[in-house]
Design a protein. Structure first.
Ligand SMILES: O=C(O)CCC(=O)C(=O)O
Length: 271
């Protein structure tokens, strides 16, 4: 490990359940990532599939490289310790005027993962601010899970449109404003959401879900993840392999299988 969070940042993450901004990519790198994302969408359409938004790191090398970037992992290691799996990658994209949003929710409610050593790294490819619909969080809300209900709203970027069914004190919300190339980390139980993009620019966030190798999938479904740092002495997850080239047919076949398993976990009945 070369960098990592400062003691003050680690303390903030423990107290508040999130920390930002963390400088990761240069502006030029962020711009390149934005272009790679656009290219990936086009190529994905040519393969007649959505290969980008869920676990894209299994079929596109640049996404896998980003999920294993030492600058990101150094920060994540400060929070999770040295043995780290990537559980999934997602893109949260709001084009100008598309009116999409993310309802207030806690990730832990639906993921079926047991333990607290789970965090999301949210990396901005484009400006993410109040106007463009940046992520918003409620400090300290990671200490307790609250009830949720599914809405399946088309404009909600979450899989089930899941939202918190008790009142959220929005007066306390913190706007996670990030410049392109900056990142935030958030705890799996933090209450978070985001409003629509009212800016003229796209708002593109690449999110990597990291877990310590100690974490277990508690739903009874066998789950998979990719070892990105350290070693796995627990074997709680089937280990995924990073692609050596883009859209390798074997990787594509495997992606379908793994996504189906993940779908079963995310759409299971939650009490
Ligand atoms: O990108 C957003 O606005 C929300 C992201 C989110 O819900 C998450 O990363 O867990």
């Amino acid at each position: 490990m070369t960098g990592g969070l400062t003691a003050a940042q680690i303390a903030r993450c423990e107290d508040d359940g999130f920390v930002f901004p963390i400088d990761i990519l240069t502006r030029d790198e962020a711009k390149t990532c934005h272009q790679l994302y656009r290219d990936a969408l086009r190529l994905s359409a040519e393969h007649d599939q959505n290969l980008v938004n869920v676990k894209g790191h299994l079929v596109l090398k640049w996404i896998a490289d980003l999920a294993r970037d030492a600058r990101i992992l150094d920060a994540v290691e400060s929070v999770l310790g040295p043995n780290i799996l990537c559980w999934t990658t997602n893109f949260f994209v709001k084009e100008p005027g598309d009116r999409t949003f993310v309802s207030w929710h806690q990730d832990a409610t639906y993921w079926g993962l047991g333990g607290q050593q789970i965090c999301s790294a949210w990396l901005a490819f484009t400006p993410s601010n109040r106007e463009s619909g940046c992520m918003r969080v409620i400090p300290g809300s990671h200490r307790k899970l609250v009830p949720h209900a599914d809405t399946f709203d088309d404009r909600n970027l979450l899989s089930r449109g899941q939202e918190i069914s008790v009142e959220v004190d929005e007066d306390n919300a913190v706007d996670i404003e990030l410049e392109p190339g900056q990142m935030s980390l958030h705890h799996v139980q933090i209450v978070h959401g985001s409003d629509s993009n009212n800016s003229p620019l796209p708002r593109i966030g690449f999110v990597i879900r990291y877990i310590s190798t100690e974490v277990e999938q508690t739903t009874g479904f066998r789950d998979s993840a990719m070892l990105v740092r350290g070693e796995d002495r627990f074997g709680h997850f089937d280990l995924e392999t990073a692609p050596t080239s883009d859209f390798d047919p074997n990787a594509l076949a495997h992606l379908d299988e793994l996504r189906e398993k993940r779908r079963q976990i995310l759409y299971r009945e939650v009490s």
